[in-house]
Every structure is written in C-alpha cells, then in structure tokens.
Design a protein around this ligand. Structure first.
Ligand code: LMR
Length: 394
C-alpha cells in the first residue's frame, strides 16, 4: 500500500522555516512564517495568557470532554470579540476548531456538503494553504485580481470585474483584515461595494480573520467582517487566536456559519458539530479556555489588549522605519507602500531571483513571492534589510 504514495509538495512557508533553522550563519534574518517576534527575536507567551493558564491550573477540576462544538462560553466570547453586536446571536452557529486552518478546513467541507458545484473565488494571491486545502477537497477555485504589482495596493477595479464572473451560489473568500500575503487591504467604501456585489449576484461570503488587532486596532480590524456579516444572506467566518493571543501551538480557532434566517441556525449548528465529530470529535480545549478566561475577566482582558496594542504599534513603527530607510537609500518614494500596508505581512514585489539572492547573499529569509513578516524585524535589523534590498536591486 505505502508504495503507492507519492511525495507531496512541501508547504513553502514551513519549508522556509526549516531552511532558516538549518542556516549556520549568525547574521540571518527570518521574515518567513507568520509568527510575532519581539525586539529580542522572542515569540513571547503573552502576560494575560500566562495568568490565565495559572488560573486554569489552579481551578480546573476535570479534563472530561467538552462538547462537539467546544465550550459554548468560548464561542460566545469570540463572537462578541469579532462581531460585537452586529449580528443577533440567534443567527450564528459556531464551533471551536483546531486553529484558523481547522476553521477554514471545516468551512470548505461544509461548502462541499451544501453545494458540491460551488466554486470558491480566492484573491490573487491568497494564503497558499487556502488553495492547497481547496484543491485537496476537490473544490474548484477561481482567482480574482487583488494585488496591484505596480502600486503594491489593491487592484480594486480588477477585483470587482473578476467577481462579476461569479455565479449565484459561488463563494467569495475574503481576508477580514491584514491581508496575507500582501498587507494590502480594502477601505470601507470598497468593502461596501463588495457586499453589494455579493448580494446582487447571490454569492456567499466567507471571511478568514486571523490577524484581528494587528492592523488598525481590535475594533477597527473587525469592522469589515461586521459589515459583511450583518449585510449578506449567508456567510462563513473562520477566525484564529494564534496570532492575537500568541497561542500558535495550542490550535485555537472558531468557525461561524451565519444566516440572515435564524430558523436555519439549528441545522447549521448540527452540521458543524457533525463535521467536528467526523474529523476529530472534540476540538482542542486548552487554548480556547485560556482565551475565554482572558475575554471574560476585566483585568486580564485589559492587560491582553494593552499588550496586543504594544505588538501592533511595534509593527507599525518597524514599517515606518523600513519605509523611511528605503526612501533614504533609494532617494525615491517607491517603498512608501510599506508604511501603508497593515498586519504582519507586506509583499515587497521582488522577483523570485532577488528573493533568492537576499537569502543566499544576505541570510534574509522571506517567502518566494517576496512576502516579508514585518514582525521578524527589529530596529537593528531594519537598516540591514533596507541595504540588502537596495543592494540586490529591488
Ligand atoms: C503564515 O501564513 O505564515 C501563517 O499563517 C502560518 C501558516 O500556517 O502558514
């Protein structure tokens, strides 16, 4: 049996992570995988997470199973964090999932179950694992124009033109904030236009929100998701706590299925629970419990928000510093987009040969499409990166 297996393509982001680990050079900079690092290059356990873990350790009396949807208190707390009061709770079905990837996977499975002929429109580019999982599940994808290679912003006219080719029942996968991999985002006027198009053409919205709090602020980053969720007939939302709570390895995510018709919610909830049962039964609990403990406690929540804000501002500061440094070295404003982008990532717009050169000659690791993790920088490495970018001729 095993001899029939074929080697699978390595995930480019994870392969890069490995290459970086194996590079013996001392002067190396990791701008690959999307993990936040502080000025010392450490991915810290957030203060509120430590405190919540301590409290759980003291107070938890059992490790018995929760429910197939996870702890309902987790879903409630996350729904409030993401959607505020924009959608009545009665219209939302939700299950805990192993990370944001788990939420995407369950969403795609639900799509295939509900409408096997649906196509999923994905931004060009999108997070590569979206496409990988959709392909694996045999769901057809259609790329819509998104990143403008010239301006390094959004090609909004191209996006709308391409979305107009979607047929009723097709899905539109959108990044709620902090687009991965480009860092280029829609403004709220553009979001409204996308919502109108979705409604006019009978499309279904799906939002992946994995970086809430990393862009313009916790509420600001959820604004687009709230607009979509409260304006369309049906929508799926895949959320991750990996980044904003820094609980990467705990695999903490949530999938919501929202229907404008509350009469649909019980069926949606049952289907999501069924899908969890088929794939892994009960979703992981530890990260979800930590998140719930933080969100439900005023003090822990305030401390978490303060630390998240520090993280966000440090990334914005690094963006500004890098854009300024590149302006100084190049004598032009052509890198100004770095300060406009939001979230962890920016697509530099460098050709693959130059990305390779940066790695081989300068020990700078970024994903092959020139996605840089801004949080992999610090004040001391920004000038090194800027010089290398100019040296290789970006
Ligand atoms: C990333 O895009 O780097 C992160 O979302 C990590 C991952 O799983 O790819």
């Amino acid at each position: 049996m095993f001899e029939n297996l074929k080697p699978q393509p390595a995930d480019k982001i994870l392969a890069l992570m490995q290459m970086y680990r194996e590079d013996p050079r001392e002067q190396k900079i990791d701008l690959g995988v999307g993990v936040y690092k502080d000025a010392n290059g450490v991915t810290p356990v957030m203060r509120a997470v430590k405190a919540a873990e301590h409290r759980i350790w003291e107070e938890q009396q059992t490790k018995a199973y929760t429910g197939l949807a996870g702890d309902p208190a987790y879903a409630d707390a996350m729904i409030t964090l993401i959607l505020g009061t924009s959608v009545p709770r009665a219209n939302i079905a939700a299950v805990a999932t192993p990370g944001g990837t788990g939420a995407c996977r369950q969403a795609f499975e639900l799509i295939r179950m509900a409408n096997p002929s649906a196509r999923v429109f994905v931004s060009n580019p999108t997070w590569p694992n979206h496409i990988s999982i959709l392909n694996y599940l045999g769901i057809e994808t259609v790329a819509y124009r998104y990143f403008d290679e010239e301006t390094r912003g959004v090609d909004f006219d191209g996006m709308i033109e391409d979305l107009k080719t979607a047929k009723a029942g097709d899905l539109v996968l959108l990044h709620g904030c902090c687009h991965n991999p480009t860092g280029a985002n829609l403004n709220m006027v553009q979001w409204q236009e996308v919502v109108n198009l979705i409604n006019d053409r009978g499309l279904v919205a799906m939002i992946d929100i994995a970086y809430q709090g990393f862009g313009d602020g916790l509420n600001e980053d959820a604004q687009a998701t709230r607009l979509v969720a409260s304006s369309v007939k049906e929508c799926l939302i895949a959320a991750s706590c990996s980044k904003n709570f820094g609980v990467y390895r705990e695999r903490t995510g949530l999938l919501m299925a929202i229907s404008a018709d509350a009469g649909q919610t019980a069926l949606n909830q049952g289907t999501l629970a069924f899908l969890n049962r088929q794939n892994y039964s009960f979703p992981p609990d530890h990260g979800a419990r930590v998140v719930t403990t933080i969100l439900m406690d005023e003090g822990l929540r305030a401390d978490w928000m303060a630390e998240l804000e520090e993280v966000r501002l440090s990334m914005l500061g690094l963006r500004r510093q890098l854009a300024d440094e590149l302006q100084r070295l190049s004598g032009s404003d052509r890198f100004g987009f770095l300060a406009q982008h939001r979230g962890m990532f920016s697509r530099l717009g460098a050709a693959p040969e130059l990305v390779e050169k940066l790695r081989v000659e300068h020990g700078i690791y970024m994903v092959g499409d020139s996605r840089m993790n801004i949080a992999g920088l610090n004040e001391a490495t920004v000038p090194i990166l800027a010089k290398a970018i100019i040296d290789v001729g970006v």
